[in-house]
Design a protein around this ligand. Sequence first.
Ligand code: R5P
Length: 291
Amino acid sequence: MMILAFPDYLSQAQHLAARLYAPLAEVTVHHFPDSESLIRLPPSLPEHVIVCRSLNQPNDKLIELLLCATTARELGAKRLTLVAPYLSYMRQDIANHPGEAVSQRIIGKMLAGLFDDVITVDPHLHRISSLDQAIPIKNAISLTAADEIGRFLKQTLDYAVLLGPDSESEQWVANIANKIGFDYAIAHKDRLGDKQVKITLPDYDYRNKPVVIIDDVASTGRTLAQAAKLLQAAGSKDIYAVVTHALFCNDAEAHILKAGIKAIWSTDSIDHPTSCIKLDTLLADAIKAII
Ligand code: R5P
């Protein structure tokens, strides 16, 4: 077995390789002036290759994954496992307007054609209940960072109310709250546009209480910022945020901090200054379970 790491996921892959006592090689990626990518792999590969890369900013990365997986097969890999802690294109699971691409199904099918196993963490599955409905292979494995996040919160705070900013977040927030014995509440969210959300807080006495807003993804940061503003108005003491995937597009982080959030924490599914919650043990255990 060998871990093949793309440069943007190298340090996390090194931790994973150390946990698995597996050799690691880096995929060399060259970008030509016209934006085409050239991929180079070690010319000799073992039978089982584990390709590691999170799929944030996905468009180039998906093409590079196609080049990588196809080349790995040509070089003799019999079993290809993708470890993509952040899996993009999972949110568009229906055509909201006639003619729209159902990206989840299309990208899922592409990954199923390239890999024997796909392992990810807290994918945004809304209307489907299991990852293999999006990626039709036997080992489409959806892990959750709930234990890692719960442990981190328990070590960091004596007590806090956990707030899920929308109904979809309840699956993660309830799980974490139940594990560490904190209270939780779930807000209602209407998305009005890419950078516009309307949140309604549930009835709860937030006065003088620390609150941690928990979500799977922070993209524009508008969800976290809007929730924080409402919590401040409701008298919360300190407001924090934890996300599994720190996408933080453009001004997202500044926007969140300006809204009064004292600290943001995330997992290392994506390399970011907030990524203090490590996923290597979770991922290594999942790989051990399928080999
Ligand atoms: C969607 O419903 C997700 O769970 C997140 O709440 C959402 O992606 C966050 O997006 P943004 O940071 O752009 O508000």
